[in-house]
Design a protein around this ligand. Structure first.
Ligand code: F6R
Length: 238
């Protein structure tokens, strides 16, 4: 695992975008694994700019989002479907049928997990997976205690995760209680991974990762067993 410390959120976003652009330039058919949340917003802004400046072409690229809330409509402003439209998809030339996000609205969640698994098996492996980091070490919505070989599954979100995500909703009660997420097993099959974390509140988790201990109560530590992971992190803008 390689650690790269940056001095600003801008630098983190630029470094991450440079990596994504490079992967697509080298392989126009690249499969990207995408995350939502606060951290990758700047990365997506930079990708839009790179596209507008003709530095990258998404028309053969395929995307697979890590997760989606259960029980809110795809058109809900806080759904991850909407997030991706708002920050990236509406601005670039990605084909609609190359976009994959778990469907958290379906009546049969187990079948949806199986469908996502079949899709990943057929279209994968993911060439570059982008990850954010939960303050409790979660990746995707794989909360502490999740088996490292878990596949796409339905999770009950922890209080800590619901609280962290409450900033996006009017009240904490509105934050969904469940999500569908790719499992750590899926994430580990990616050819390459970048893990992004910015802010003082993320530093304890980064420090824990640097200590190098692999255990299921700290999901991100699974990544220590992958040989192509780069952690791009920063404490504050200096
Ligand atoms: C989102 C996701 C989550 C976030 C994590 C960090 O798709 O998978 O694991 O990456 O909760 O969120 P932020 O970036 O908002 O701190």
């Amino acid at each position: 695992m390689e650690f790269l410390k940056v001095n600003s959120y801008k630098e983190l976003s630029q470094k991450a975008a440079d990596k994504v652009v490079k992967v697509i330039q080298e392989n126009p058919h690249a499969a990207l694994g995408l995350a939502t949340g606060s951290t990758p917003v700047g990365l997506y802004e930079n990708l839009v700019q790179a596209y507008q400046h003709g530095q990258v072409d998404f028309h053969k690229v395929k995307t697979f989002n890590l997760d989606e809330y259960v029980g809110i409509h795809q058109d809900h402003p806080q759904s991850y479907h909407q997030y991706m439209q708002k920050h990236l998809f509406q601005f670039i030339n990605l084909k609609d049928d190359h976009v994959h996000i778990p469907d958290g609205e379906t009546g049969d969640l187990e079948e949806e997990c199986q469908r996502y698994e079949r899709l990943l098996a057929k279209e994968g492996p993911i060439d570059l997976q982008i990850l954010g980091l939960g303050i409790n070490g979660h990746i995707g919505f794989n909360e502490p205690g999740t088996a490292f070989d878990a596949r796409t599954h339905v999770v009950n979100l922890t209080d800590s995760t619901r609280e962290a995500n409450a900033k996006f909703f009017d009240t904490k009660e509105e934050v969904p209680k469940q999500a569908i997420t790719m499992g750590i097993g899926n994430i580990m099959e990616s050819r390459e991974i970048i893990l992004l974390a910015f802010g003082e509140h993320k530093q304890p988790a980064i420090k824990q990762l640097m200590e190098g201990e692999v255990y299921e109560d700290f999901p991100a530590s699974a990544l220590l067993q992958h040989d192509r992971v780069k952690v791009i992190y920063g404490e504050k803008d200096s």
